[in-house]
Design a protein around this ligand. Sequence first.
Ligand code: ZN
Length: 73
Amino acid sequence: MNNADVPNNLLPVTCLVCGESQNTMVGGFDANGLPAGTVNCMVCRHAFQRDAYIRALELRRQEFAGLTGPGAV
Ligand SMILES: [Zn+2]
């Protein structure tokens, strides 16, 4: 995996099987910046269903936004 190819808004999602947040993906990205091919867990090789991946990605984005949003000075 080459992190330089990953857009800043694409965060690794948590594996439903082993709980690790390390993904591998094949085939680059589509026009929406989403993985064009299969996304797998780097640790246990679980293959994410596309719907499940997008749901998990939304969750991660919300978590990340919460961490980096305007906070206490
Ligand atoms: Zn896994």
